[in-house]
Write a protein that binds this ligand. Sequence first.
Ligand code: OOB
Length: 549
Amino acid sequence: MTPPLEGMVPWPADIAQRYRARGYWTGETIGSAFDRSAAAYAERVAVVDGDRRLTYGHLAGLVDRLAHHLAQREIVRGARVVFQLPNVLEFVVAYFACLKVGAIPLACLPAHRHAEIGYLAKFTEASAWFIPSTFRGFDYVAMTEELRAGLPSLREIWVVGDRVGPGMTRFAELLAEPVETGAVTMAMAQLEPQPSDVAVFQLSGGTTGLPKVIPRTHDDYLYNSRAFAAITGVDAQTVLLVTVPISHNFPLACPGIQGTLLAGGRVVLATSPDAETVFSLVERERVTWIPAVPASVIGWLNDPRIKRADLTSLRTLAVGGSRLNPEPARRVLAEMGPMLMQVFGMAEGLLCSTRFDDPVDVIVHTQGRPASAGDEIRIVDDDGKDVRPGQIGELTCRGPYTIRGYYRAPEHNANAFTDDGFYRTGDMVRLHPSGNLIVEGRKKDLINRGGEKISAEEVENLILSHPAVLNVAVVAVPDDVLGERACACVMLRPGATLTLTELNDFLLREKRIAKFKLPERLQVRDRFPTTAVGKISKKDLREEVRGLS
Ligand code: OOB
């Protein structure tokens, strides 16, 4: 046995043994599972991206070629690689190539900017970074050039697109270059990744000032996608449409791209969830399975083209990431067909979903039940005691695909996990008589903007550094489509003024954070409601802000 990556919290040995004995963990790496699937389905189409269609055989060839290049450049077992690609097939090639050599993709978003990447690349000591040249008008080459001086571990920057900066490599050129297989194959064999190794670093929605890194192992992440594929009907006939950012856990592995490609199905990629793109791809590719956030689904339901679109191929519309209200849930069933599945999941692990044979009311009103018989959940009160069935409490969970700790975060882990290894989700839930869960709210201090999570504390810390600001609290305000948007409540220094535009200019230009984190409302106040101990009472503040809206 090789030691785990420093900073990673492994499962206790007896529990790991139990997960193996029960067959949850198969002792295989994701790379070798991918190879088996690629060999079995070599002639079938694996990935579609616009006009580009790759068979499994072709995809596996590109993955191998890139894997060799990675190994040649010593991006090998345990190396960390920042992934910032949009939904393009190069992502899929790069993802499986990294997993094959044991390099760990860090699942960043194209929306991340200097603040997020600068911190995460440094924190994980990333040695490589995949970027597009430009995407949605943003110049990633320029950002990389600026940040690299502060990232001593960073050795390689690979660019999808034509324009590169000094010392960067075009992805297309890399794939065109021949590889010296002999020596590299030997080196790769010696550093072969192990099933208990970290496969992927996901990112936590985060409730703290800085994002947390979630280590998912080959054993657990493979089980994650297989277990979820089994209950959500993903198989060789599946045509999965990905319109949400590809590196999110949901489209990547729940069962997502990973689950679909391991089952012999086909993955169709699109960079936008707008109705026109989605409807035309569903028709053209006869899409059967779509992971989506409620905000996208509401957009599709409200688009007049839905009446003309041929959606008869669709079997599963899996909706999760934020709360889907009963009204749009019923509309999906009435206007799109009996394909709705609610998914309540988290990058830390636990996946819940409604099942195909749940009664309609249960599909409309609940967020499902755990995917695996190995999942253990407890709904607890503030003292950690189980609430009575049907009462609201905090969901805590552990199991064969739920992490035991964030990466390099011992202090945070002491609070985020119980002594017996249950993850405190921060979600307030209630058990429905059907055995499914209903997500009633949450305890954690974040804003869920259409599935994108914004840590209130992270944004508050940045706003506090604005010269006009004396104190700040960021709270969620309800929104019909996105579910929630962020409102910054500020107290200003005497004589100072501040508008939302000025504040957001400051956050974008000086703090350089991802745009989706910008507050969409600003409220200037002269006092905050406080708790008995004198802290800002977010609960009361939220109610006051809602009352005014
Ligand atoms: C998914 O993962 P994350 O890590 O971006 O966010 C997890 C959090 C949950 O703890 C919960 O607060 C919220 O997102 N959430 C939901 C929900 N699904 C997620 N809240 C209410 N209703 C739902 N259906 O969001 C994620 C990961 C895998 C699959 C699906 C979603």
